[in-house]
Design a protein around this ligand. Structure first.
Ligand code: GLV
Length: 329
């Protein structure tokens, strides 16, 4: 009998074809996703699942899975999977790093520019036919060039944002638990800063941390108050890294000047205080959403599935210790 794989939501067809060449594929070709109950039901007797960030593999769900070899997430983030529970249950977990680094950094920079230069407001103004004359202070925004960018989380995507900032002659500060190698700091002209200094000195603060217990609400009322009144916050990481209610309040009170957000605490819900606020530029979680990148992500996840089923080490494991433990016997 051929091994059998579940694809929980619509993906690019090349990835489905790749898996169908070798396996039985149960393809939920919709954008709705599956409930916890449906996931458990549909995973009976299957060896692998290609999942997305909206699929919740929590400890309770994982405890009910039998014989599953891999959860191959089509995303770089994997906070939707309880990796510790998966590891205990002997299930490999993989993600899709690298291929989306530049696309996500581009989007972070696009949000930064759009917020600072009021592009979305200007666009709506022109489209509405309200533009009647040029004026000296029409849609004036804030300079980006030569300003200070504070990057919180200086991994692949954070560094790629820093690389873009160099082209805008920005001063780049970063904060991360791990100090970047000296050559990276040199190449990007980036300075390590403690969290407080970064918040106080940055004109733009861009978030690039994974969502974990320690990064949940990393930016709350206190942190927003420590930022400049002219500062703009950019979030392309995960919504719960920011206390969204506190951010909405801060924008209404003028505690900071603006926010460019691609992610939200309860997607697709958005805090009502952020809606219809011109200084909040909002995108529907599209950091990696280019045709090229999303296709690569789907194929990468499929490759991880192939490897796990064929007994090879999946290239993008997030719990490699499980593989290594097995290799040691
Ligand atoms: C998207 O948010 C991802 O983690 O890839």
């Amino acid at each position: 009998m051929k091994p059998s794989v579940l694809i929980t939501k619509r993906v690019y067809p090349e990835a489905v074809e790749l898996l169908r060449e070798r396996y039985e594929v149960d393809y939920e070709a919709t954008d709705d996703g599956l409930s916890a109950e449906q996931l458990v039901e549909r995973l009976r007797g299957k060896q692998a699942v290609m999942s997305q960030l909206t699929d919740k593999f929590n400890r309770e769900v994982i405890a009910r899975l039998e014989g599953l070899k891999i959860i191959a997430n089509v995303a770089v983030g994997y906070d939707n999977v309880d990796v510790a529970a998966a590891t205990e249950a002997g299930i490999l977990v993989s993600n899709t790093p690298d291929v989306l680094t530049d696309s996500t950094a581009d989007l972070a920079f696009a949000l930064l520019l759009a917020t600072a230069r009021r592009i979305v407001e200007g666009h709506a103004f022109v489209h509405s036919g309200r533009w009647k004359k040029w004026a000296i202070d029409l849609m004036v925004g804030l300079d980006v060039h030569h300003k200070t960018l504070g990057i919180i989380g200086f991994g692949r995507i954070g560094q790629a944002v820093g690389r873009r900032a160099r082209g805008f002659s920005m001063r780049v500060l970063y904060h991360d638990a791990v100090r970047a190698p000296a050559e990276v700091e040199r190449e990007l002209g980036a300075e390590a800063a403690d969290f407080e200094t970064l918040l106080a000195e940055s004109d733009f603060v861009s978030l690039h941390v994974p969502l974990t217990a320690s990064t949940r609400h990393l930016i709350g009322p206190g942190e927003l108050r420590r930022m400049k009144r002219t500062a703009i916050l950019v979030n392309t990481s995960r919504g719960p890294v920011v206390d969204e209610a506190a951010l909405a309040e801060a924008l209404h009170q003028g505690v900071i000047a603006g926010a460019g957000l691609d992610v939200f605490e309860r997607e697709p819900e958005v805090h009502p205080g952020l809606l219809n606020l011109p200084q909040a530029v909002l995108a529907p979680h599209i950091g990696s959403a280019t045709i090229e990148t999303r296709r690569k992500m789907c194929l990468m996840a499929a490759e991880n599935v192939l490897a796990a089923i064929e007994g090879r080490r999946p290239p993008n494991l997030v719990n490699p210790e499980l593989w290594e433990r097995r290799a040691r016997g």
